[in-house]
Design a protein around this ligand. Structure first.
Ligand SMILES: [Ca+2]
Ligand SMILES: [Ca+2]
Ligand SMILES: [Ca+2]
Length: 551
């Protein structure tokens, strides 16, 4: 179809009113949330904006504030509360938005125990799920899912105030929710208050593990045991019984309450520890009240076929964190990396892959549950250039914009306090500057957000691909060129190249394109060219239509 004919058709379509602007739409996804870019903060570790809610004297002999660990490789981790709160997050919302992010994922907000845990296994430098001496600073040990933990709000700033405030900065709120477990429930030398207990909205005790090992629970005979499974699952966490309708009612009620206070999307913790039927029922009930609510789960597994099952509509249609891509990015961008861009191609699963839609995956390279990526500044810059141009919804863990605590594991600084000083220094950091540049470009580009991805070359240090988007009255194609090498490279693009007027995504300068485009890509650099209009070149259009997911 030539350009003029297409325009004529477009006019006709608009005249008929609600018809789509283009005869055949091209997109990776129509999911609105795929346009977002997410900054992930562990609220307690971001910024202490209000010392009045620190509760520094909480917990008595099992005090909760500031519990440093033995150093790991010279870095002192901490498993106490360090004071971060809603006020600190909101005070720095402008900093997050300025980087090009449009959403903030915050760790769970619900009430966690008011003492440090005395059971469990001793914490080691590379230990995972070793919880002795740890507090609920991370938020994943809920005891009352209807109440805020007292460390988070301030006078005049509750959760609804936080989400409204973030929205004022152009930031959506992604709430981290847990539906697999409460707090650690047994192995305490002496039973501790709140641990293994769950309270309802009115503060009444509805479940109690009573410091008993799971096999000694009596779910059939003791109503306070009925919330729990009588087999262990994760460490000593009180494991919620998916088959008890009261558990589902409790969780759905709690999360509807928080969603009603301004939540835009949910991140679901430990999703593979509850059955698929549970998630179908859970998501149905949430979306009954909030149609289209976007959710992505954490299935800690590097096999695409395993994590993809959650994305299927019959299992609740929950997107997932893209663990297979995380693993590939490690092999391409970290200091230990040896792989080229072809390794990332394997993890894309663009067509005929296992995911309901790969364009809706939450893409990341590290987070709070694994060592931070161990990369040079250039490695982070290359990783962000990929994350914000390739398919998926970019998620960046707080501090990554300065390479904060790079390479450090959970107990050796991964979750360290970031604070105002680091935030004030960040704009001078080279990772920050380049992240801000590419993230703001994506923020303004529907093609980079939701366009179908067509790879021209993903090999060695070089990546060349298109993102094509023609839907809902918008038409844009992006041509992305990445170079992760130490020297500038010149690329010549001819394949499927749309002729016409393009513009440089960064400088805005017009580029007149004929049969080929010669582009110099700086060392550890990215070039993006944008074509604003429907694709008229037949092979590009055909390939883009073919790659558009059938939904
Ligand atoms: Ca505080
Ligand atoms: Ca508490
Ligand atoms: Ca479980």
């Amino acid at each position: 179809m030539n350009r003029f004919l297409h325009k004529a058709l477009l006019g006709t379509a608009l005249a008929v009113a609600a018809a789509p602007a283009f005869a055949q739409s091209i997109y990776g996804t129509r999911e609105p949330f795929a346009s977002e870019a997410v900054y992930f903060v562990m609220t307690d570790r971001f910024v202490n904006g209000d010392p009045a809610n620190d509760h520094r004297d909480q917990g008595g002999e099992h005090h909760t504030f500031d519990r440093p660990l033995e150093p790991c490789d010279g870095v002192v981790g901490n498993v106490g509360y360090l004071g971060g709160d809603f006020r600190g997050l909101l005070d720095n919302a402008g900093y997050i938005a300025d980087m090009g992010f449009t959403a903030v994922w915050i760790t769970p907000i619900v009430d966690n125990p008011d003492q440090a845990f005395t059971g469990g296994d001793p914490i080691t430098c590379d230990g995972f799920l070793t919880d002795q001496g740890k507090t609920g600073f991370h938020g994943y040990w809920g005891v009352n899912f209807y109440r805020l933990d007292e460390h988070l709000p301030s006078e005049g700033l509750d959760f609804a105030g936080l989400t409204a405030g973030l929205r004022g900065h152009g930031l959506k709120t992604v709430l981290d929710v847990v539906a697999n477990h409460g707090s650690p429930g047994w192995t305490m030398p002496v039973a501790q208050p709140q641990y293994g207990q769950i309270f309802d909205a009115e503060g009444r005790l509805v479940a109690d593990h009573q410091n008993l090992p799971p096999e000694r629970l009596d779910p059939a005979g003791n109503p306070l045991h009925a919330f729990y499974n009588d087999k262990p699952d994760l460490a000593q966490l009180a494991d919620l019984n998916a088959d008890n309708p009261a558990v589902m009612d409790y969780l759905v009620g709690a999360y509807l309450q928080w969603i009603g206070q301004g939540v835009d999307a949910l991140r679901i913790d430990t999703i593979r520890h509850q059955p698929l039927a549970f998630w179908k029922a859970f998501t149905d009930r949430i979306r009954e009240r909030h149609p289209g609510m976007f959710m992505f789960g954490e299935s800690f597994d590097y096999e695409a076929a395993n994590i993809a099952q959650f994305t299927r509509p019959e299992n609740g249609g929950v997107s997932v964190l893209d663990f297979p891509m995380k693993k590939a990015m490690d092999e391409v961008f970290s200091r230990q990396a040896s792989a080229g861009f072809e390794r990332l191609a394997e993890a894309l699963y663009l067509e005929d892959g296992p995911y309901a839609n790969p364009y809706e995956l939450a893409t990341f390279y590290d987070n709070h549950d694994m060592p931070r990526m161990d990369a040079s500044d250039e490695g982070f810059i290359d990783a962000h250039n990929w994350l914000f141009t390739a398919r998926g919804i970019p998620v960046v863990y707080y501090g990554s914009e300065t390479g904060f605590m790079r390479g450090q594991g959970e107990h050796g600084g991964n979750r360290a306090y970031y604070g105002v000083e680091n935030i004030q220094a960040a704009p001078a950091h080279p990772i920050h500057a380049s992240l801000r540049r590419i993230a703001n470009l994506r923020k303004a580009s529907p093609a980079l957000q939701r366009g179908v991805q067509l790879n021209v070359e993903l090999q060695g240090d070089s990546a060349v691909f298109y993102r094509v988007y023609e839907d809902a009255g918008q038409a844009q194609t992006a041509l992305v060129l990445l170079n992760k090498g130490d020297r500038p490279r010149t690329a010549t693009v001819t394949r499927m190249l749309q002729p016409g007027r393009w513009r440089d995504g960064f400088s805005g300068q017009e580029v007149s394109v004929g049969r080929k485009l010669r582009v110099e890509v700086p060392a550890h650099g990215v070039r993006v060219f944008l074509y604003d209009g429907p694709v008229t070149r037949a092979d590009l259009r055909q390939a883009a239509l073919k790659a558009t997911p059938r939904q």
